[in-house]
Write a protein that binds this ligand. Structure first.
Ligand SMILES: [Zn+2]
Length: 411
């Protein structure tokens, strides 16, 4: 049986103007999607017209849970925030009249309920099994994360916590959400202490978890459906209190977990089809593919070396002589800065360039320049940007060098 005890303070905590605090209907019934209310105040918030109502089922952003969406008299609600107990509904355009019919975007709300309650269960599982305390929670548009205070998390620990959380989900235990007195609060073994003062709302799963929380939750743990940990990583954290390290765990619940499984299954099927194997052979086929690719790469490297040596001999035979260098422009296209050069030793920068030639510094890629005992060895050189001429860019170098020959040297 689900017990929902509802309590709210009767006076505003502090407001500049006297606005009646909003009766939050989602505290009583998180499944309420339509309600009637009256406008008690109008204002502008974030450049949008905003209204406060005497009662509202809209959940305002807070406690890691995003705000609800929906409409008031068919006017879309773009944002919901709470200030001193007053829930402000930021609207697409101004609302006419004071009597409103509110409608909650239920798929969005239920998704938030699944993720939020899943977080309670996962955090409780990590704390019960390994004493790993949750220090923060983020409910994102695509996935949710918790940060655990601690230096590391093993795959076995993640699996065990996921297993325990799902076990509690499938047992469909009741979820109790109620405001408690100070005495009741003192008697509860809270996993998460209250972050606010005054009336404290506690969300409990019998014999498993008690947390101070103002969020929306399903009636029973079964509403979460399924919880799946996607990945985790170490993070530097200033609030962990354990040497600044934390582990961020990304997880999905309910409909999100189903959609994730659906696309992964489809992608895996396409992968298997591309490899022409069954799904269970995809890993082995991928490993074979990588080995074959590595063998092909090594073979290509060997053949490339052999080709360079072969080309070098041919080029030395036909190279043009200038000073101590023999240079041959390899590519007829100016855009391809590829040269062959050979010389018995590295030329000096200080020596003047012969008429019609320019000095250019190049980086030597592939084969390094090699000179041995006066015997010229050819190397393949690709021209890079650096140059000794008073021109900064490769484009200018190309312009200036048009019609010239270029002396290349090894940096
Ligand atoms: Zn919570």
């Amino acid at each position: 049986m689900v017990i929902l005890v509802y309590y709210q303070p009767t006076e505003p905590i502090s407001t500049n103007v006297s606005i009646m605090i909003t009766e939050c209907l989602y505290f009583v019934d998180a499944y309420l999607t339509r309600f009637s209310a009256r406008v008690v105040a109008r204002a502008e918030r974030g450049g949008r017209p905003a209204v406060a109502l005497d009662q509202s089922a809209f959940y305002p952003e807070g406690g890691g849970q995003p705000h609800d969406a929906g409409a008031l008299n068919d006017v879309p609600v773009r944002d919901v925030q709470v200030e001193d107990g007053v829930v402000w509904h930021m609207l697409e355009h101004p609302l006419e009249g004071d009597a409103v019919e509110g409608a909650i975007d239920w798929p969005r709300r239920f998704d938030h309920m699944q993720q939020h309650h899943g977080q309670h269960l996962l955090s409780a599982a990590f704390e019960r099994l390994y004493g790993l305390r949750t220090i923060s929670f983020h409910l994102g548009g695509a996935s949710s994360t918790i940060d655990l205070a601690g230096a590391a998390l093993t795959a076995d620990q993640a699996t065990a916590a996921e297993e325990l959380a799902n076990q509690v989900i499938w047992e469909d235990r009741p979820v109790l959400a109620r405001f408690v007195t100070a005495e009741e609060l003192a008697a509860l073994p809270l996993r998460k202490p209250p972050a606010v003062e005054g009336a404290i709302r506690v969300v409990s799963v019998p014999d498993f978890d008690h947390s101070a929380c103002g969020g929306t939750h399903p009636r029973a743990t079964g509403g979460v459906g399924l919880l799946h940990i996607r990945r985790w990583e170490r993070r530097a954290s200033s609030s962990s209190g354990q040497g600044g390290s934390a582990v961020r765990v990304e997880f999905l619940c309910g409909g999100r977990a189903l959609r994730d499984l659906r696309w992964k299954n489809a992608a895996f099927g396409r992968l298997a089809a591309a490899l022409s194997v069954g799904a269970e052979q995809v890993e082995a086929a991928t490993a074979r593919l990588r080995e074959a690719e590595e063998r092909a790469r090594k073979r290509l490297e060997t053949v490339g070396e052999q080709l360079i040596a072969y080309e070098a001999h041919e080029l030395i035979e036909h190279a043009e002589r200038t000073g101590e260098l023999r240079v041959q422009r390899r590519s007829p296209r100016a855009a391809v800065w590829r040269y062959w050069a050979c010389a018995p030793r590295r030329p000096s920068w200080s020596s003047p360039a012969p008429k019609g030639w320019m000095w250019t510094a190049v980086r030597c890629c592939a084969q390094r320049w090699r000179g041995s005992a006066g015997a010229a060895v050819a190397s393949r050189l690709w021209l890079k940007a650096a140059c000794r001429m008073p021109c900064a860019s490769r484009k200018r170098l190309r312009q200036r060098s048009r019609g010239c020959k270029i002396l290349v040297t090894i940096p």
